[in-house]
Design a protein around this ligand. Structure first.
Ligand code: TMP
Length: 205
């Protein structure tokens, strides 16, 4: 039992979203909750192909094409999230609309409002009730991306781009304090997981 929850994880590359999603999933399942993990871009076979195209360093495209493609891969996600919530499940999503606003709206400088409108339409206005924004210092973020090996098209877009993305995320957090919780990701994973679990407990009531 328990009420359905839609929670997203956001932040720059290498901030540890995947680890935190796994830890929260395990904690919730221990309490008997049914948890669905998904990610944007992804969700179905075509979206996975578009994701490959978007991340391939050999792909050359207009910024607006990139924004349109990210919005396109958001669409099938709604079809996964809404039914899961209707079934009373917990949905943990690795990136959602905030990533599009931060990367394409602020990073590529297409404009936050334009990108948000594009994506809200794609998911029928479905928005998370809680978003954890994992933040790292510029140096830590760059180091973690490097440690992971191969750098994708977005990760290789340069320092100024990465800085605009990070500032964009912080602006989103400032504009939506009721939804977005900023988490210092430069700490041990267990400590971060404890903070997140404590906050999730508040959502359940
Ligand atoms: P990741 O989620 O596996 O780290 O990789 C996805 C990459 O795509 C990441 O660099 C962020 C980027 N991205 C956007 O630029 N816009 C979006 O809307 C989303 C969801 C991701």
């Amino acid at each position: 039992g328990g009420k359905s929850m839609f929670i997203t994880f956001e932040g720059g590359d290498g901030a540890g979203k995947t680890t935190q999603i796994e830890l929260l999933k395990a904690a919730l399942e221990k309490e008997g909750r049914s948890v669905v993990v998904t990610r944007e871009p992804g969700g179905n076979a075509v979206a996975e192909k578009i994701r490959e195209l978007l991340l391939d360093r050999a792909s050359v495209m207009e910024d607006m094409t990139e924004a349109d493609l990210y919005a396109a891969v958001t669409k099938p996600l709604g079809k996964v999230i809404l039914p899961a919530l209707a079934r009373g499940q917990v949905v943990l999503c690795d990136r959602f609309i905030d990533s599009s606003v931060a990367y394409q709206g602020y990073g590529r400088q297409i404009g936050a409002e334009r990108v948000e409108a594009l994506n809200r339409e794609a998911v029928d206005g479905c928005m998370p009730e809680r978003t954890y924004l994992l933040t790292l210092s510029e140096q830590d973020a760059a180091q973690r991306v490097k440690n992971r090996g191969e750098v994708d098209r977005i990760e290789s877009a340069g320092e100024a781009f990465a800085r605009r993305v990070q500032e964009g995320f912080l602006r989103i957090a400032a504009e939506h304090p009721e939804r977005v919780v900023v988490i210092d990701a430069g700490r041990p994973a267990e400590e971060i997981a404890r903070d997140i679990a404590e906050d999730v407990a508040k959502l359940k009531t």
